[in-house]
Design a protein around this ligand. Structure first.
Ligand SMILES: [Zn+2]
Length: 332
């Protein structure tokens, strides 16, 4: 799921021009490791394309089977080596609902991710929120078309609505499949002279986030468990998250690629985010103990000390607070 705050990216100087296809943009971060983004103006996530000596491995399968098919096709512009595995960073729909297009390959993920995708993924609230968001976008753009008087702008909006409506229809095809190869703590793939370490560092954004660590390249793909700012907290473990980030910081790396947005080189951001989660949890817990409802806490909580993370106003989103209340009330 996506980032709530404004993400301030660390400076990232990339000498190589991105590789562009009809559907994708591939940006090389280090030595044959590319961020893959759809160029369609729809909500999606970063995939990682890892070109090894003899094969290609992909991390995260995009938002729909249609987008996943486009990704597999587009990867041919980067390498003609065979794709041999998919890794799931976590179970969220925007990272894993293209999985069925990789059913011919081993799909590697945490046991939690398996449980989530094998149980009732289309009933997950985070997925339903995404589906509802699609409907709201269609309603909003339709209204804009009605009231738009400028013909050129109206035509633009109509083209966007047509593209977006087709994307929404693609959701009908989603039949999520779970990882076929699961792990709990760590799995290492040895590909030529490259080691790819898939690591669970603790609960954070979900109960089963894994990071993909490239020790030789000093690079980590963090999925949604670490950004340059706060992540979506709706399925998160805000109380445990700072410790999980501490274990991330113990790895030897100088750049990380989050599940959305560009690479981050300003690693101090991780410390700012840890402080934010600790403060958010402590304040929400204190206010709950004082008898305040989740709605009141969401309106009144003051996190403006974290202005460096883009937080300028009192209050936060209700879903974060509801999740924290749930965590306090349920030993899970
Ligand atoms: Zn997510």
């Amino acid at each position: 799921m996506w980032v709530l705050g404004v993400v301030v990216l660390g400076a990232f100087a990339n000498a190589a021009e991105p590789i562009l296809t009809d559907t994708h943009r591939f940006t090389e971060v280090r030595n044959g490791i590319y961020i893959a983004n759809t160029t369609a103006l729809v909500f999606n996530s970063n995939s990682l394309v890892i070109v090894n000596e003899e094969d290609v491995i992909i991390v995260d399968s995009h938002v729909t089977p249609a987008k996943a098919r486009q990704l597999r096709e587009a990867v041919k512009a980067v390498s003609d080596k065979p794709i041999t595995a998919l890794i799931n960073s976590h179970h969220h729909w925007d990272h894993a609902h293209g999985n069925q297009e990789f059913a011919d390959l081993p799909i590697i993920g945490h046991e939690w991710t398996h449980m989530k995708l094998a149980t009732a993924p289309l009933e997950e609230q985070t997925y339903l929120d995404g589906v509802n968001g699609n409907a709201r976008t269609i309603a909003r753009v339709s209204e804009q078309i009605q009231s738009e008087e400028d013909a050129a702008r109206k035509a633009q909006l109509e083209a966007y609505l047509e593209m977006f409506s087709a994307h929404v229809l693609d959701f009908d095809e989603i039949a999520p499949i779970p990882p076929s190869l699961t792990m709990n703590d760590k799995m290492t793939l040895h590909r030529g002279n490259r080691e790819i370490e898939i690591m669970f560092l603790g609960r954070a954004h979900t109960g089963g986030d894994v990071v993909v660590y490239f020790p030789q390249d000093k690079l980590v793909f963090t999925g949604d468990m670490a950004f340059a700012g706060p992540s979506y907290l709706g399925d998160g473990y805000v109380d445990e998250w700072p410790d999980t980030i501490e274990r991330l910081k113990a790895l030897d790396f100088d750049i990380f690629v989050p599940g959305h947005g560009g690479p981050v080189t300003d690693l101090e951001r991780l410390t700012l985010v840890q402080a934010f989660y600790r403060d958010l949890w402590a304040k929400a817990e204190m206010m709950k103990k004082a008898g305040k409802t989740a709605e009141q806490v969401a309106q009144e909580i003051d996190l403006t000390d974290h202005a460096a993370l883009g937080i300028q106003r009192v209050g936060t989103d209700i879903k974060s607070i509801e999740r924290i209340f749930y965590r306090i009330d349920n030993e899970l």
